[in-house]
Design a protein around this ligand. Structure first.
Ligand SMILES: Nc1nc2c(ncn2[C@@H]2O[C@H](COP(=O)(O)OP(=O)(O)OP(=O)(O)O)[C@@H](O)[C@H]2O)c(=O)[nH]1
Ligand SMILES: [Zn+2]
Length: 216
C-alpha cells in the first residue's frame, strides 16, 4: 500500500491538458518569488533581496519535503521480539512544524502518538518520522491528525492508535483575526482507544498535563 501525494504532479514532458499540473523548474519557482517580492512592494533587484528567490526555493524544499516521503516505507520495518509486551507505547511531545494550506504560513505545535502493539513494535523514531512526513506538506490540522493515525493503523495493524495534535496557527496569530495564544487541539482514536474509555483516559493522562502549546 502506498500513500502518494493527494494529486501526483504530471511528467514534465506530458502535453495532456487534463493531467495534474507539472512541477515547475527551480528557475520558474525563483521567478515566482521575484513576482511576490514585487507584489509586496519591494525591489527584487536590490542587494539584500538578490539571493532571496534562491533562498526561498531552498526553504520550500525543506518545508515541503514530506511529498517525497512514503510513510508506509518508514513503518515497514517492525520488530517481533518483544516478550509479549502489549501495553501502550506513547511518544509524547513530538515537535510539529507544518504549513497551513490556506495561507502557507506555519502551524507550530506538538503531537502525541500512541499505539497498542499486537505482537509487533516499530522503532520509535519512525513514529516521529511519520509525523514529519505528513507535517512537511500543505495541511489542515484535522487531515494531518487523521493521516498520521490512519497510516500507523494500516501498516502496523495494532490493537489501537491514538494521535493528538496541539498547535498554534500563524494564520490566526499574525494576520486575519489576530488571536495569539489560541491552540487548536485535534485527536483521532482508533481501535481500543475508540472503544475503551479507560484506555483513552490513560492516554490523555499521560499526555495532557496542561503545558502551554508552543506559540506560532
Ligand atoms: N479547520 C481548519 N481551519 C484552518 C486550519 N488552518 C487554517 N484554517 C482556517 O481556514 C479558514 C480559511 O477561511 P477563509 O475565509 O477562506 O480565509 P480568510 O479570508 O483568510 O479568513 P480569515 O483567516 O478569517 O481572515 C480560516 O478560518 C483559517 O483560520 C486548519 O488546520 N483547520
Ligand atoms: Zn491558514
Amino acid at each position: 500500500m502506498t500513500f502518494p501525494p493527494a494529486r501526483p504532479l504530471a511528467d514534465p514532458a506530458s502535453t495532456d491538458r487534463d493531467a495534474a499540473p507539472r512541477r515547475p523548474s527551480r528557475a520558474e519557482a525563483e521567478e515566482a518569488v521575484r513576482t511576490l517580492l514585487l507584489w509586496a512592494g519591494d525591489d527584487p533587484g536590490r542587494e539584500g533581496l538578490a539571493d532571496t528567490p534562491a533562498r526561498v526555493a531552498r526553504a520550500y524544499e525543506e518545508f515541503f519535503s514530506g511529498y517525497k516521503e512514503d510513510p508506509v516505507a518508514l513503518l515497514a520495518r517492525s520488530f517481533e521480539e518483544t516478550d509479549g509486551y502489549d501495553e501502550m507505547v506513547v511518544l509524547r511531545d513530538i515537535r510539529l512544524e507544518s504549513h497551513c494550506e490556506h495561507h502557507m504560513v506555519p502551524i507550530i505545535g506538538r503531537a502525541h502518538v500512541a499505539y497498542l502493539p499486537a505482537g509487533r513494535v516499530v522503532g520509535i523514531s519512525k513514529l516521529a518520522r511519520v509525523v514529519e512526513a505528513y507535517a512537511r506538506r500543505l495541511q489542515i490540522q484535522e487531515k494531518l491528525t487523521a493521516q498520521i493515525a490512519n497510516s500507523i493503523d494500516s501498516v502496523l495493524r495494532p490493537r489501537g492508535v491514538a494521535v493528538i495534535i496541539e498547535a498554534s496557527h500563524q494564520c490566526m496569530t499574525t494576520r486575519g483575526v489576530h488571536k495569539p495564544g489560541v491552540a487548536m487541539i485535534t485527536s483521532r482514536m482508533l481501535g481500543e482507544f475508540r472503544t475503551d474509555p479507560a484506555m483513552r483516559r490513560e492516554f490523555l493522562a499521560l499526555t495532557q498535563n496542561g503545558r502551554p502549546v508552543p506559540e506560532a
